[in-house]
Design a protein around this ligand. Structure first.
Ligand code: GLC
Length: 433
């Protein structure tokens, strides 16, 4: 598993950087590039994204439409499951569809989508508008680069975190290891109206890969190393998989935890059904959203528990790109650069809890007020420990292997040792191609 560059270093050393995003600073009206037509004609662009349970996306779209009254953004809601969302885009783009103009991409897609020729390179827009890519988190910006071109701009960064109920888990008792987590989850289960002790994502899908990577890395294992060598058949990785299997099979998680992706786990958490959850940063804003959460004001964040080797978080996040067949490239870019720029990211951080990729925003008082834990050592540590998933144009195939093997280990159809051996063999075969 390729370790990401230490993000916290970038954050702390670059906080002072000022951001120049000329693209978004003026009140402008959209102009159609589609040839012909009245100059004042309204242009409609379609923006596709997975279901956003926070208020972030709606607020961003509203602010954009207010600023650019000649551009209408139609929101096309895609499946929340990143794998299903991926497949829907692949089908549409393979058919050269121009129905969608702007899409959000998971950090694991750019290599594949760029290689397949689905996206429009953004370099000429970036240059024209003088977008300062140096203002962005380096790992996030480079995840959107492939073969020297910038295919997308990062909107927010994700890292797995532990969120907990402050009425059930006092500050000094926040679990620091997986064993402490099991103990605390057992102790708090049933307290304060809860039915469960701990929530995570154990369904057979991409989120399981993220959870597995965290367990494996927290015991010092990795799936693929920095040189692209498959290293998953190791005692460390096996320890990580074993701990994951133990927790998923324990009585602190819901019995049907293998049907839980992010929406199931965050819904149970905001309904007050558990004291502890592993999730991405948006969980904080959602849990504090009084219109939908029963635990608003009672939530805090901490790094994920540690194994033998420390705490580790999987690196996730989303970026925005443009369909190469769009009929409205200029308007698509205006919207994309608004969302991925300072203005859009600020709205999304405040309303959606999504962690910015523009470093100077970590100094923004309003963002810090909405997400006080961005200042915590714990959050910085989670970003610091963020581990990226294998980078490959055929990543979905590699992910499938991990999903299947880890699920079989969870179901006790195979042992963690066998899962590690099978992954080693099957991933190596995929990478050789
Ligand atoms: C989050 C992450 C993304 C990851 C997904 C898995 O959306 O940002 O990178 O693939 O969760 O469910």
């Amino acid at each position: 598993m390729k370790k990401l560059k230490k993000i916290s270093k970038v954050i702390s050393t670059s906080l002072a950087l000022s951001l120049v995003l000329a693209a978004c600073s003026d009140k402008e009206e959209g102009s159609s590039n589609s040839g012909g037509g009245d100059k004042d004609e309204k242009v409609k662009i379609v923006y596709a994204r997975g279901k956003d349970d926070t208020q972030g996306t709606t607020a961003m779209v509203e602010a954009f439409e207010k600023k650019y009254p000649n551009i209408d953004v139609e929101f096309k809601e895609m499946p929340a499951d990143t794998g299903k969302q991926h497949d829907a885009y692949v089908t549409a783009f393979n058919a050269n569809s121009d129905e969608i103009d702007v899409i959000d991409l998971d950090v694991i897609w750019p290599a594949e989508f760029a290689q397949a020729g689905f996206l429009m390179p953004l370099d000429r827009f970036i240059e024209k508008d003088g977008v300062d890519v140096g203002a962005y988190n380096e790992g996030a910006i480079s995840a959107a680069k492939f073969k020297g071109k910038q295919w997308a701009l990062p909107k927010f960064i994700d890292a797995g975190m532990l969120f907990y109920r402050t009425d059930l888990v006092p500050e000094g008792e926040v679990p620091k290891t997986w064993d402490e987590l099991l103990a605390k989850a057992k102790e708090t289960k049933g307290q304060g109206g809860t039915q469960f002790g701990y929530l995570m994502q154990a369904k057979q899908y991409e989120g399981l890969v993220c959870n597995a990577v965290e367990f494996i890395a927290s015991y010092g294992g990795e799936i693929i190393d920095e040189n692209g060598e498959v290293k998953v058949d190791s005692p460390e990785a096996i320890k990580g998989i074993s701990k994951l299997v133990e927790i998923v099979n324990s009585d602190v998680v819901p019995q049907n935890i293998t049907t839980f992706a992010e929406p199931e786990s965050h819904t149970a958490f905001i309904n007050g059904q558990a004291g502890l959850i592993r999730n991405w940063p948006y969980q904080y804003a959602l849990a504090n959203d009084e219109s939908q959460s029963k635990i608003a004001g009672k939530v805090a964040a901490a790094p994920l528990p540690a194994g033998d080797a420390g705490s580790a978080a999987t690196l996730g996040g989303w970026m925005a790109g443009i369909n190469k067949n769009t009929k409205h490239p200029e308007e698509a870019w205006k919207f994309l650069s608004f969302m991925a720029g300072e203005e859009g990211q600020k709205i999304d951080a405040i309303k959606g809890g999504h962690a910015p990729t523009i470093l100077s925003l970590y100094e923004d008082e309003e963002i810090l007020k909405a997400n006080p834990y961005y200042k915590d050592e714990g959050f910085v540590k989670a970003l610091e420990a963020a581990v990226s998933r294998p980078v490959a144009p055929n990543y979905p195939e590699i992910s499938d292997i991990i999903q299947v093997q880890v699920s079989q280990a969870i179901a006790k159809k195979i042992t963690p040792e066998e899962a590690a051996k099978n992954m080693q063999k099957e991933i190596s075969e995929k990478l050789e191609k």
